[in-house]
Design a protein around this ligand. Structure first.
Ligand code: SF4
Ligand code: SF4
Length: 442
């Protein structure tokens, strides 16, 4: 979108989507933000009303419109509960792109997105530097949640307990995990995702072990980029396009049977947002992205629905006993459960782990309050929403909380650590592979 004509076209396209909202208000009862603020302007219906007069509002008070639009977790709870099927998340993301085009991306976001995120090699180097110096600023990590307190005064971090950057990224370990493996099954390309690569490399290692155990031929391209959700959520379509082009060159869909990720947000972004946001772009790229989207699955979907979930060796897992039942509960990430309807497969994985007893929490699909940049700009609200989740988790008496999204893992770790709960936070794939030998089954 380079001029006002394009902007008007984008607004018209947006208006066409808004008419499907019949103002029933059913989105109110499921919106975690409305639950805290009780403000109609925070819920989907309130934002849709705002968007209907976007043209006037945007010229009168563009910063006010921007602020209201950005005060949203993009959790999709409203869309999942909407009887009219309003595609709320996509509408909000497109609206953010419109307003950002009008207001221009702030300078600091330009630097972060266009000079860093869109350049994976630069981004990797900066994060590696961060990993080396972080010990100066962070306390010793908590033994259960893995979070650390920030020792210096850093207003932007507030009272957060943060997950440290891993000493060695997943990408640096990847080659050694797959070299020489003699699997013969599906050709599976693994999309790593930034958080797994840099914060939770053990989740990536577990994903590879699980795929190999299920006889997949695993391909992990080097120099992978971000799925672009941070840029999209900030309305930066230029960075989005740059990253899609970068990644599609690394993952040409005709070269593999499935693209698998262990990150709920990456799966949902590649599967739903990439094709939706490319409809008005270069037809060849749009076609390639549609093809890729069709092949994209969450790792639990691939293992359970496609590979048939190979059983674990008898002796592999720790045994749950009456005295030590090792209760595990599962939090449904919004981007997996509400966006893609993937609810049963992660539970099937957990039930396959004989070392644990599965117990459902109250409202397992209640949002954890992370919401990416929402957590950054509205930490007070994010914390209130997350505290409710932490209480529901702790009420199960669990030993371990499992969830399929690294962003949820970060938020829940922060909340449980602050509440001083001795609960481990893991990805289901880590539990499934806990007893597998790393060389197995080559
Ligand atoms: S977004 Fe859906 S649920 Fe909310 S008011 Fe509109 S039609 Fe009703
Ligand atoms: S996406 Fe989530 S936070 Fe935003 S309006 Fe919908 S339910 Fe509320």
């Amino acid at each position: 979108m380079s001029d006002m004509k394009d902007l008007a076209k984008a607004m018209k396209a947006l208006e066409d989507q808004l008419v499907t909202c019949m103002r029933c208000g059913m989105c109110q009862s499921v919106c975690p933000l409305f639950d805290q603020t009780r403000k109609e302007s925070d819920v989907a219906r309130g934002k849709i009303v705002l968007l209907e007069s976007l043209m006037e509002e945007m010229f009168d008070n563009p910063h006010g419109v921007n602020e209201r639009l950005n005060k949203c977790l993009l959790c999709g709870s409203c869309a999942a509960n909407c009887p009219s099927g309003v595609n709320v998340t996509q509408i909000f993301i497109e609206a953010r792109a419109v307003i950002t085009t009008y207001l221009k991306l702030p300078f600091y976001k330009k630097v972060v997105f266009r000079k860093m995120l869109a350049r994976p090699q630069v981004f990797d180097k900066l994060i590696s530097m961060g990993a080396r110096i972080q010990k100066v600023f962070l306390s010793k990590p908590d033994s259960h949640t893995g979070t650390a307190k920030v020792k210096v005064l850093a207003p932007i971090l507030k009272s957060r307990r943060i997950m440290p950057i891993a000493d060695l990224s997943f990408q640096k370990k990847a080659d050694a995990l797959i070299t020489g493996k003699k699997t013969t099954g599906d050709r599976v390309a693994l999309f790593t995702g930034c958080l797994i690569d840099k914060i939770f490399p053990n989740v990536g290692v577990a994903a590879v072990k699980a795929l190999l155990h299920n006889n997949a031929r695993v391909h992990i391209p080097k120099n992978q980029g971000c799925c672009a959700i941070p840029a999209l959520a900030s309305g930066d379509k230029d960075t989005f396009l740059e990253l899609v082009n970068h990644n599609i060159a690394l993952f040409p869909p005709h070269r593999f049977d499935y693209l698998v990720t262990a990150c709920a947000t990456c799966t949902s972004t590649i599967k739903k947002l990439w094709p939706a946001m490319l409809e008005d772009q270069d037809p060849q790229l749009a076609e390639q992205v549609r093809h890729l989207s069709d092949k994209t699955l969450d790792i639990s979907q691939y293992l359970v629905d496609v590979a048939g979930l190979a059983p674990l060796p008898e002796t592999a897992a720790l045994q749950s006993t009456e005295d030590d039942p090792r209760i595990v509960t599962y939090h449904d990430p919004c981007h997996l459960a509400k966006s893609l309807g993937v609810r049963q497969q992660p539970r099937t994985l957990l039930n396959a782990c004989s070392g644990y007893t599965f117990k459902e929490m109250t409202e397992p699909d209640r949002c954890c309050g992370m919401g990416g940049s929402f957590n950054l700009y509205h930490y007070d609200l994010s914390e209130k929403i997350g505290t409710v989740k932490a209480g529901q988790i702790a009420d199960t008496g669990c030993h371990t909380l499992a969830t399929s999204c690294p962003a949820c893992m970060m938020q829940i770790s922060d909340m449980l650590s602050k509440a001083d709960k001795k609960i481990y936070i893991k990805h289901p794939i880590e539990l499934y592979t806990e007893g597998l030998d790393s060389d197995e089954p080559a």
